[in-house]
Design a protein around this ligand. Structure first.
Ligand code: GUE
Length: 289
């Protein structure tokens, strides 16, 4: 079987058009959704990602605000910016780009964001609500992956989903969203013994471990759907995933490429959550231009 490509750029575009329509409804009513991105320091990769997020939010008609702070900024000053954004009616979503410099406590900063504006879904209250199925916003990367599975007609119910990686922002929430959709979920990670024995049984394999070509054709069951969340740079600086795409695509029923797979969907879901937040604010009479 020759693997079918899951085109995250194209699926993301479709969803962004739907978002744009709903943004334009809000605009007609005097409410412009606003996303604030806080970038600390001068990490080049972070800067590129943030630019991408800004460009995408403007494309769907949102306001984009960038708060750029030097790597020497104090925790107190950063918290001050967040407090201001929390109170700002023109801002519906706040994202603090991670990682933060070592002298700043990431958990403290994330917890300072108003959960109603936490469109990234990193706040412990939102993560908890999501896991018990009470949350309006869903984690951007896992939610984007659910959309990829849905829009490619991949059955989730009753299937064995194997997650490789257990981060708080991808692996853990991913498993929970799949569980809510009636998959049988196995979590694997860097300490799992005999990893292939689990991955070879996966109908849906999600890989988010952060190691280039960590998964090859040997790990795959014929006809599996393979989702590659990896964002690694190879020796030439080229972006590549955690899956050996060339060999795995021959065995998989469908596979996401890197770039052009999960990445664009993460940003799309960030926009969707920001739209959601603005719609809620509008209903409460709290959305301004
Ligand atoms: N608070 C916070 N929220 C995040 O969501 C967050 C973060 N911090 N820190 C860093 C990671 C990384 N991340 C990416 C999102 C999209 C692409 C993306 O769109 N990638 C393109 C390619 C981009 C390129 O060519 O460099 C693609 O896969 O096609 C990449 C990386 C979000 N992150």
């Amino acid at each position: 079987m020759s693997g079918k490509l899951i085109d995250g750029t194209a699926i993301g575009k479709e969803i962004r058009l739907e978002i744009k329509d709903r943004v334009s409804n809000l605009l007609d009513n005097g409410c412009k959704p606003g996303l604030a991105v806080v970038l600390v320091g001068d990490n080049q990769a972070s800067r590129t990602y943030v630019k991408n997020k800004q460009k995408s939010s403007v494309e769907v008609g949102m306001k984009s605000e960038l708060i750029e702070l030097p790597s020497t900024v104090s925790e107190e000053e950063l918290l001050g910016h967040i407090s201001k954004l929390n109170k700002d009616n023109s801002i519906n979503g706040i994202l603090v780009q991670l990682p933060l410099p070592k002298h700043i406590d990431e958990n403290k900063v994330i917890s300072a964001i108003d959960p109603e504006k936490d469109v990234d879904v990193f706040h412990p209250v939102n993560v908890g609500k999501m896991i018990i199925g009470q949350q309006a916003f869903l984690s951007c990367t896992p939610y984007g992956i659910i959309k990829l599975l849905e829009r490619t007609g991949t059955e989730i119910k009753g299937k064995h989903a194997v997650i490789v990686g257990r981060s708080n922002i991808v692996g853990k929430p991913m498993g929970q969203l799949l569980l809510q959709r009636d998959a049988t979920v196995t979590y694997c990670h860097s300490k799992t013994e005999n990893l292939a024995s689990y991955t070879q049984d996966a109908d849906i394999l999600i890989v988010a471990i952060g190691k280039t070509k960590f998964i090859d054709a040997e790990h795959i069951k014929e006809g599996a759907v393979v989702i590659d969340v990896g964002m690694n740079r190879d020796e030439n600086g080229k972006l590549c995933g955690d899956v050996d795409f060339t060999s795995v695509k021959e065995k998989a029923a469908a596979i996401t490429p890197v770039p052009g797979g999960v990445g664009p969907m993460t940003i799309t879901m960030l926009l969707k959550n920001t739209l959601h937040s603005a719609e809620k604010a509008y209903e409460k009479g709290n959305c301004s231009q």
